[in-house]
Write a protein that binds this ligand. Structure first.
Ligand code: UGA
Length: 430
């Protein structure tokens, strides 16, 4: 099938490359000409393991192409995916400017029956608005359907998540659209759930908010564990063995970040406010999350008493491993708090340093390896659990530190082992 993907950001690019891998022909459209030229040369500007290889492969097979001309993408396509950004407005609601604008553009180029499906994370009933916009601007007599096909991929494992999903959700309004979308996703062999469109739109926000809720829940339990001397890792294990609860997303730590959970929780709260359905539960989820960087810095203050003039090493900047994404990264909040108190900060991250330079400038010292970040420091904070940190030479690390204070914001290390090696070790909730 021939697919147009509008928006070549993280979701759009992964969608285009994976559809090509599934045997379809995907045309990715983006209005950023520089980005399009780079992609046409196979240069992928975002960090996503396996994506440059997949893009290169399908530029070669000609099943994937890039253009800044929306008409070229849409003409002759069977399905159009809207994958443009929906950044947060100051009240937490998403800014729908780009979705509205591309809906108008798509309408003008409709040349026969197509399914126009949203993949961007959007508020419930966005499809209805897209449909109205398409009708208003489409040529007379043209048939189309709108649909909602929410995306559940995670940064860092996006290709695997796309090609081996737990489920494909198809929010549709007609048997014709259902048949077309079923055929599109058939090669994945994944369970398909067909729903009405508003339900599909809600599934996305409800899923992300629920995962965020699990994280804040375990972080609240972690605080309690610290107060009573229990171990949150054991607690999570004990809870997780119950299949009704499940172990996933019960890792206590410095909190969730990224472009999805913080934004989607805020958007869900805002959506409920608009309909008069108060979602106070999720407000508390966000509040607990915002507390986590402060709790970590408090541990450091308890260990060092005064932070002014102290050197603090930070391991990991990205909001999670295997990405260079710093959006809502807890590390940024931790660093801001440290600097407010007059600490000198030296950081190491395997991939996010170039991105960090844009945001932090020269206000921190950038190090080439974890040992350099520990060198002469009064304490070391682990914020992102990059897998390379699991194999650190702990004796070398301790030697590099001025004081062996280690605050583990992701419970990567075993407290007993760390203490046996002479670290003053503080985990999270244990
Ligand atoms: C999330 C969802 O997991 C995807 O299903 C969804 O498609 C995506 O948002 C989206 O809406 O586009 P992502 O933001 O890439 O994916 O990252 P996750 O791997 O889910 O992690 C989010 C944050 O939660 C990270 O900061 C991570 O460190 C934190 N986290 C995760 C915890 O603190 N504890 C956990 O147990 C799990």
């Amino acid at each position: 099938m021939r697919i147009a993907v509008i928006g070549a950001g993280h979701v759009g690019l992964v969608t285009g490359a994976c559809l090509a891998e599934m045997g379809h022909t995907a045309v990715c459209v983006d209005n950023d000409q520089e980005k399009v030229s780079a992609l046409q040369r196979g240069q992928v500007g975002i960090y996503e393991p396996g994506l440059p290889e997949l893009v290169g492969k399908h530029l070669g097979t000609r099943q994937l192409s890039f253009t800044d001309q929306i008409a070229k993408g849409i003409l002759g396509s069977d399905v159009v995916f809207i994958c443009v950004g929906t950044p947060s407005l100051s009240n937490g609601a998403p800014d729908m400017t780009q979705v509205e604008a591309v809906s108008r553009e798509i309408a003008r180029h409709l040349d026969g029956y197509k399914v126009v499906a949203e993949k961007s994370t959007v508020p419930v009933n966005t499809s209805a608005r897209v449909e109205k916009t398409l009708r208003r601007h489409a040529p007379r007599g043209i048939e189309f359907d709108v649909a909602s096909v929410p995306e559940f991929l995670r940064e860092g494992t996006a290709i695997r998540d796309f090609l081996h999903p737990d489920r494909v959700v198809l929010g549709v309004q007609s048997p014709r659209a259902e048949a077309l979308l079923r055929r599109l996703f058939e090669p994945l062999g994944a369970p398909v759930l067909v729903t009405d469109i508003p339900s599909a739109e809600i599934i996305k926000h409800a899923s992300n908010s629920f995962l965020a809720l699990k994280i804040s829940y375990i972080n609240a339990v972690a605080a309690l564990c610290e107060s009573v001397g229990a171990d949150v890792v054991k607690v999570a294990e004990g809870m997780g063995l119950d299949p009704r609860i499940g172990r996933a997303y019960l890792n206590a730590g410095v909190g969730y970040g990224g472009s999805c959970f913080p934004k989607d929780v805020a958007a869900f709260v805002q959506m409920a406010e608009e309909t008069g359905d108060n979602f106070g539960l999720l407000k508390e989820v966000a509040r607990i999350n915002q507390e986590q960087p402060r709790r970590l810095v408090k541990k450091l203050r308890d260990a060092l008493w005064v932070l002014r003039g102290k050197t603090v090493g930070v391991l990991g900047l990205s909001y999670k491993p295997d990405t260079d994404d710093l959006r809502n990264a807890p590390a940024l909040e931790v660093i801001a708090l440290l600097q407010e108190e007059g600490a000198i900060v030296q950081v190491y991250d395997p991939v996010a340093v170039p991105a960090a330079r844009h945001l932090l400038g020269e206000s921190v010292r950038y190090c080439d390896d974890p040992y350099a970040a520990a060198q002469g420091a009064d304490a070391l904070l682990l914020i992102t659990e990059w897998s390379e940190f699991r194999s650190l030479d702990l004796d070398r690390l301790k030697q590099a530190l001025h004081l062996p204070v280690f605050i583990d914001g992701r419970n990567l290390f075993d407290p007993q082992e760390m203490r046996a090696r002479g670290f003053e070790y503080h985990g999270t909730g244990r």
